[in-house]
Ligand binder design. Structure first.
Ligand code: AVI
Length: 322
């Protein structure tokens, strides 16, 4: 697989974001995209297999069950771009179905180099597939993919696994509008969204018994130690999952278990934490099926069809650019 690599200033951006997030007034925060270094991406793969976390299995079930119908609803020829491919495991069914119809170019867009490598390993045995990976932020990668498209070729974008839920609602609509701006009318977007569910189901999914989600969250501090030479003592922070009823989301925080100071030399900052003060690391928004139709409309798409899983409330939404 050809991989277009990431520019080298990523380390400076990480240091700047850590400094800004930990020195801001009020709630300290770290952007959730930094959860996914090589260790974090591997831990997320494990989360997706936990019995408590049904989201990925629901996504896969829907893609497997409806692959043929999805292909029929997206007439060719198409180039397929995936925003955040991960290991590529869940995309296999869909790509196999497209490749049975015609030779297909698949462009996974990922920040994690190791995820792109895994993705190629997982999918390169499919007949009639051409894979080119982009180690990029989603929109930068999509812009490049759009520039690659041939005359008469439509673009089919996959944004699966409810990654949209990690944006707050206005940011989610803005992001989808930006995707829409890169597309042409008639291009399509398959959007996977986790739906609202019971409080107990949510809390178990984001604070599992084995502590994998806790390790995934704490790895962010370990990453700051590794990459920015910080001295976070991980035993003095704990993972907390908290429901935000107003925002229809579940939040992950890292709570300081004492008053402490942490130095982060490469971000040129010394941070004070109070006992029980938290760093907000991620929000995962949950949707109603109707809410998705509205969000899609606000972003310039119409929702052609929704497939909803019977075991875990989750929807696959086929959106067409207006
Ligand atoms: C990637 N994203 C959709 C996951 C979610 O459920 O919001 C990330 C995650 N965080 C903790 N567990 C899973």
């Amino acid at each position: 697989m050809l991989v277009h690599a990431i520019p080298k200033d990523a380390a400076y951006e990480f240091a700047a974001d850590v400094r800004a997030g930990l020195t801001r007034a009020g709630q300290k925060e770290l952007p959730s995209k930094y959860l996914y270094d090589d260790v974090g991406s591997a831990l997320f793969e494990v989360i997706s297999r936990l019995p408590e976390y049904g989201l990925t299995r629901a996504d896969e079930r829907l893609l497997r069950r409806h692959a043929r119908e999805i292909v029929e609803r997206v007439p060719g020829p198409v180039a397929i771009a995936e925003l955040g491919s991960g290991s590529g495991h869940k995309t296999r069914w869909l790509l196999e179905a497209f490749c049975r119809r015609q030779h297909t170019s698949y462009y996974p867009i990922e920040l994690s180099h190791s995820a792109l490598v895994m993705c190629e390993r997982e999918l390169s045995d499919i007949d009639a597939i051409h894979i080119v990976g982009f180690e990029r932020e989603y929109l930068d990668g999509l812009l490049e993919v759009a520039a690659y498209r041939r005359t008469g070729q439509d673009l089919f974008v996959l944004f699966l696994g409810s990654t949209i839920g990690n944006f707050d609602r206005p940011a989610g609509i803005k992001f989808l509008s930006q995707v829409r701006d890169i597309l042409r009318p008639g291009d399509s977007l398959l959007l996977g969204t986790d739906l609202e569910k019971s409080e107990s189901q949510l809390l178990r999914a984001y604070d599992d018994e084995l502590g994998v989600t806790a390790a995934f969250n704490l790895n962010l501090l370990a990453r700051v130690n590794r990459e920015l030479q910080a001295d976070f003592d991980l035993s003095h922070f704990r993972h907390v999952a908290r429901i935000n009823y107003q925002a229809h989301s579940i939040e992950m925080h890292l709570e300081s278990t004492r008053r402490q100071m942490v130095t982060i030399p490469k971000a040129e900052v010394l941070v004070e934490f109070q006992d029980q003060e938290t760093i907000w690391t991620e929000s995962s928004h949950k949707y109603s099926a109707d809410g998705i139709v509205e969000i899609a409309r606000d972003a310039g798409f119409h929702c052609e069809v929704q497939w909803i899983d019977e075991q875990w409330p989750f929807a696959e939404n086929l959106l067409i650019a207006e």
